[in-house]
Design a protein around this ligand. Structure first.
Ligand code: RNT
Ligand code: ZN
Length: 421
């Protein structure tokens, strides 16, 4: 599309939105300020660089064998930078502990430190982006029994507490360096495949483990702790220790961030409506925006009704500064850079659509009891020229407009990814 047609379409779109009282230019300024935390693990199927082993059991699984997976930190950084060059705005990058750079040494997970992430910190500083962090409680012999922080075995439990403690220090080091807090998110796979007698015991253990893991106070300007629940996983179909109710209670009682993963509830249960509820009791939350399909909770995010509802709830509730938006999907069956770009661009489109809504007018209609107009307006808003605004935003941010970004990904695939054999 030519620059002049992008600009012409934009100016018409702007007029149309102005008729509804929406100032599109200021909406675009707002959108520019919203960072999305991009998950590192889409780039290599959650393999990490601890060993060549890749993702092993722990309640999650990447499927597909599309060529070009990143095998080293350098490759992953290059792929992520390539993705970010096709996404409008400045975002964040979320690392997992297994993405350390160990310099050929065997470093146990309870012995990792900020020094093993120096390369990542330098890279982030160069790009001017912030980092977030995740301890890795899976793909490890000490997680093979299915229990980590909720383990009855004291040695195993201690090991994982120490891992969590080490990770919070890494998060704080990120935060200190980047001048924005690092969100460090705890997710553990602990659970049971089949009928479970003692659902209480492991939860008592987990509660104690979390208390130990979080015992040290860390300045929230540097590190924010989040806890992520799940209903079921692969091999933990019947019972997951860290359920929604467990972590909701823990987060409220201990002033932690609650992480709501869109794929971690009943297959038809969505997270949008949970936001304004939990925000009554929590200062901040983390989202793992994902797309569940049947039993899989981690398909690439697309602009569907669920995603739109999440963005609408954040915007309508005025929660933009209190909700950290992270993505969580990993698809090994398509080009991984394209997966990233598709997911982040979808999230941004959903936020843009929500920001373009004449929300106060709609709220007025609702308060007045004019539900007819509320429904009619919501339906009419769907066909406003949103695409023209999105295209202009991409153009203004210096990234490809429309499907042009795919051309860049195909070129990168041919020049770089295809050569990784
Ligand atoms: C797993 C959780 C968790 C992971 C990442 C890799 O079900 O969603 O967030 O996907 O930590
Ligand atoms: Zn998640």
């Amino acid at each position: 599309m030519s620059n002049s047609s992008v600009e012409q379409s934009y100016s018409l779109a702007k007029q149309r939105y102005a008729e509804l009282g929406v100032d599109v230019d200021s909406v675009l300024k707002l959108l520019e300020e919203i960072p999305i935390s991009i998950q590192c693990w889409q780039g290599d199927d959650v393999g990490g660089f601890e060993s060549a082993g890749g993702l092993t059991d722990g309640g999650i699984m990447a499927t597909g064998n599309y060529p070009g997976r990143a095998r080293t930190p350098e490759e992953l950084r290059a792929d992520a930078a390539q993705a970010m060059s096709l996404i409008p705005g400045k975002h964040r990058f979320s690392l997992h502990a297994i993405y350390l750079e160990h310099g050929g040494q065997k470093i146990e997970r309870n012995a990792i430190g900020p020094e093993h992430f120096a390369g990542w910190m330098d890279w982030a500083a160069e790009l001017g982006i912030g980092l977030d962090f995740n301890p890795t409680f899976f793909s490890h012999p000490k997680a093979a029994g299915g229990f980590t922080l909720a383990a009855r075995d004291e040695g195993i439990r201690r090991f994982w507490i120490e891992h969590g403690i080490a990770c919070r220090k890494i998060g704080a080091a990120f935060g200190r360096r980047q001048k924005t807090p690092c969100v460090t998110n705890v997710w553990i796979p602990d659970g049971m495949k089949d009928l479970t007698i003692d659902r209480k015991g492991p939860r008592e253990i987990l509660r104690k483990s979390l208390d130990d893991l979080f015992a040290e106070k860390i300045d929230p300007a540097y590190n924010l702790d989040a806890v992520e629940s799940k209903l079921f996983g692969i091999g933990s179909e019947t019972y997951v220790v860290g359920s929604h109710e467990f972590y909701l209670g823990y987060a409220v009682a201990n002033k932690k961030l609650l992480c709501l993963d869109a794929g971690h509830f009943h297959p038809t249960e969505t997270i949008a409506d949970k936001i304004s509820s939990v925000m009554q009791f929590l200062d901040e939350i983390l989202l793992h925006v994902s797309r569940g399909v049947r039993w899989d909770s981690d398909h690439v995010v697309i602009l569907n009704d669920d995603l739109r509802a999440i963005a609408e709830e954040i915007v309508r509730g005025g929660f933009l500064r209190r909700v950290h938006i992270g993505l969580d999907f990993f698809d090994a069956s398509i080009n991984r850079v394209a997966a990233w770009v598709t997911g982040v661009r979808a999230m941004l489109k959903a936020l843009l659509l929500a920001l373009l809504e004449p929300t106060s007018d709609l709220r007025e209609l609702e308060i007045e009891g004019d539900f007819t107009s509320r429904l009619v307006m919501l339906e009419e808003l769907k066909t406003l020229p949103f695409g023209a605004v999105w295209d202009y935003y991409c153009h203004k941010q210096g990234v490809p407009v429309g499907e042009d970004w795919l051309v860049e990904v195909k070129r990168y695939e041919k020049d770089v990814l295809a050569k990784r054999q």
